[in-house]
Write a protein that binds this ligand. Structure first.
Ligand code: SF4
Length: 239
């Protein structure tokens, strides 16, 4: 049987943008936010530009207190491919753009090797603020919790509704489990297309930062090869 599966559920991408405003989960008090929930911030008849602007003032969870700024997704408004990571990193937090740090540069190389034009890809994250813990003078990545992911999710849902990607790729376990369910195991299910209402074709692979954390050059090379192989499956589906 082909790895490619047909979607069976009504598509998230076919929902009117207003649905993301009204139908999404509201932040729980555990997020510590002191602003309105995200659905209340999404403008009527949203566009990517107006939603990006609205997200700049988001205080729906307490991550806004730690991050420098909201880092919203970027890419063509009708991108065929949307890549979804976990959250902006240190460099992205400072620059205000997604995937511009070391992991982003590795992603650029992998996309090129896979034959995917980065300029045709929309890149974003499930959480739009950098969550970090101090370690000396450094800011160390901290994993967002379920309440923070839930609070932020309507921004991503709105991006998906507006961009309508044909192929959605989750990068790493946080994105995959947020979008495909907590039972999803990237280590076992990476590189396969799965049935989802998010887009006609949905798949997952590792986050490029995990390749940077490989223990040595040999492991890094192997992981990069596997990452590019997963992205080549995406490239094969491009129209
Ligand atoms: S992480 Fe998301 S929900 Fe939380 S403040 Fe930032 S943009 Fe808003």
């Amino acid at each position: 049987m082909s790895e490619r599966r047909q979607r069976t559920a009504p598509s998230e991408r076919d929902r009117p943008p207003e649905a993301a405003r009204k139908g999404s989960a509201r932040p729980s008090s555990r997020t510590g936010g002191d602003g309105p929930p995200v659905p209340d911030l999404i403008p009527p008849r949203p566009t990517i530009a107006s939603v990006r602007e609205a997200a700049q003032g988001c205080r729906a969870c307490d991550l806004y207190k730690r991050g420098t700024q909201t880092v919203f997704g970027e890419g063509p408004r009708r991108a065929q491919v949307m890549l979804v990571g976990e959250q902006p990193g240190d460099a992205e937090d400072v620059a205000g753009h997604p995937f511009v740090g070391p992991a982003g540069r590795l992603l650029d190389r992998a996309l090129e090797e896979a034959g995917i034009d980065r300029g045709l890809v929309y890149v974003t994250n499930v959480v739009k603020h950098f969550k970090w813990e101090p370690r000396g003078k450094r800011r160390i990545h901290a994993k967002p919790n379920a309440a923070e992911i839930t609070a932020c999710r309507p921004w991503l849902e709105t991006e998906i509704v507006l961009v309508k990607p044909r192929i959605l790729v989750c990068l790493g376990a946080t994105a995959a489990q947020a979008l495909l369910g907590r039972a999803f195991k990237v280590s076992q299910q990476r590189g396969r297309f799965v049935s989802s209402s998010l887009a006609p074709l949905v798949t997952a692979t590792v986050h490029p930062s995990s390749i940077l954390r490989a223990p040595d050059d040999a492991a890094r090379h192997l992981e990069m090869t596997r990452f590019v192989a997963d992205l080549k499956k995406v490239a094969a589906e491009l129209e």
